[in-house]
Design a protein around this ligand. Structure first.
Ligand SMILES: Cc1cc2nc3c(=O)[nH]c(=O)nc-3n(C[C@H](O)[C@H](O)[C@H](O)COP(=O)(O)OP(=O)(O)OC[C@H]3O[C@@H](n4cnc5c(N)ncnc54)[C@H](O)[C@@H]3O)c2cc1C
Length: 391
């Protein structure tokens, strides 16, 4: 069945493989293959290379620089990228705010921001969560007050991924305190270099610097940086979050992690035998492969629109299941490698503010977060119950 879904993509896959083989710089490929975090420069350079080919934002409408590929074709593209050890692209630009601006942005916003996302010259981050507003996002307290031709923004954001690398942040802020909590929220584009923006690192348990807290003190934001209409930010946020969850099937990376583990078990030896000959490990790996194949099939069917499942419930299904599988695969790596999973390796990328720590254990630790970010799994189960099962 999987083959019938993908049979039309053989030539397309070949085209991508040839392009990556000829254009992905060896140093970048090697860093990704060895499990190091991509540097900002890797992400920028790779985006620039893809942009020259017209492939840096495949999900955008063609008129804004997208490819016009179907969702299925885009997934095939991402799987090939992960298999080839290509660096990730800054997702907050091309995957999250880009489509919002294509749909709801002013002509001025499109002209100013879209080209710099496409060629990788500007990085973005996402300022939604606050210390007391995560799952219950509508309780956010950061305020924006209109004063003449600009808003004055005050508040705090937290868990902001890649904020220390970002040039711009798209933020949810409160512009009206009356009425329903969702009604008074607006979305704004804020320059990270604005006076009053302070970024502080949060070091996660894998000893990486990926997330941050952000303090906004009397930050002046020009009115033209408002997205769409004032107090309608919740609508744009819902559009963005659904895209985020559909992209969070974690399929490309999980497939590649599982394949790498299979090859590793065939190579590594314990008391003369390969780890693949350990029946317990082999059975667990086989079970994960079966579950991954089922997940893959579900993702293809959902993004191809053939299931008829409510789109919110569908996005939540693949997000929650994808997170569970990613965590399980990371756990299998630890089981298979035993004490060899423990070392943490430094890659010396301090100049980008990244204390990289590749290694199976650090992957395992950071993957505890995949069932939290982009909306915690418990919240996804609630959406599935309500929108999918009508409970
Ligand atoms: C590594 C990482 C990166 C992140 N990156 C970003 C980012 O770039 N930008 C951004 O804006 N945010 C980011 N986040 C924040 C993330 O979106 C929130 O952590 C998430 O939405 C959960 O919110 P919370 O942390 O406030 O937990 P809470 O909402 O306090 O939840 C705590 C626990 O209670 C459960 N719970 C809460 N409400 C319910 C309910 N109604 N029913 C059942 N269970 C419930 C949750 O599932 C969770 O297990 C990131 C988080 C992490 C860990």
């Amino acid at each position: 069945m999987k083959d019938s879904f993908l049979s039309g993509f053989r030539e397309f896959r070949e085209e991508i493989r040839t392009f990556v083989a000829e254009n992905l710089p060896d140093d970048m490929r090697e860093r990704a293959r060895r499990g190091f975090h991509a540097t900002k420069e890797d992400m920028r350079r790779w985006m620039e290379i893809l942009h020259k080919k017209g492939w840096s934002a495949p999900n955008w409408p063609k008129e804004y620089g997208g490819t016009g590929w179907s969702p299925l074709k885009r997934m095939v593209f991402e799987i090939e990228m992960a298999n080839a050890d290509a660096p990730p692209r800054n997702p907050f630009g091309f995957h999250l705010i880009g489509p919002v601006l294509c749909e709801f942005g002013t002509e001025q916003q499109k002209a100013r921001y879209l080209p710099a996302i496409l060629d990788g010259s500007e990085f973005w981050c996402q300022g939604f969560s606050e210390p007391n507003a995560g799952s219950d996002l509508a309780s956010l307290k950061t305020t924006a007050t209109l004063e003449g031709d600009h808003y004055v923004v005050n508040g705090q954001k937290t868990w902001t991924s890649e904020a220390h690398l970002a040039d711009m942040i798209f933020c949810l802020v409160r512009t009206n305190r009356d009425g329903a909590s969702q009604g008074g929220i607006s979305m704004m584009l804020i320059d990270m270099k604005s006076p009053g923006v302070t970024v502080r690192p949060i070091i996660t348990q894998d000893m990486s610097h990926y997330v941050n807290e952000i303090f906004l003190e009397d930050v002046k934001v020009p009115v033209e940086n408002l997205v769409g209409e004032e107090n309608q930010g919740w609508r744009y946020a819902k559009f963005l979050l659904e895209n985020e969850r559909t992209g969070s099937a974690y399929l490309p990376q999980s497939k590649s992690d599982l394949n790498r583990l299979r090859s590793l078990l065939a190579e590594l030896r314990e008391n003369g035998d390969t780890l693949a000959s350990n029946p317990v490990l082999d059975a667990e790996l086989a079970r994960a492969e079966v579950d991954m194949a089922a997940h893959e099939m579900m993702v293809y069917r959902i993004i191809d629109g053939v299931t008829g499942i409510d789109s919110n419930a569908a996005a939540s299904m693949i997000k929650a299941r994808g997170a569970e599988l990613q965590q399980r695969i990371a756990g299998l790596w630890i089981e298979a490698l035993g004490p060899h999973a423990l070392p943490v390796y430094e890659d010396g990328e301090e100049e980008y503010g990244i204390r990289a720590s590749p290694g199976a254990m650090s992957q395992y630790l950071i993957r505890r977060a995949v069932s939290i970010y982009g909306g915690a799994n418990e919240i996804q189960y609630n959406i599935i119950a309500k929108r999918g099962l009508h409970l």
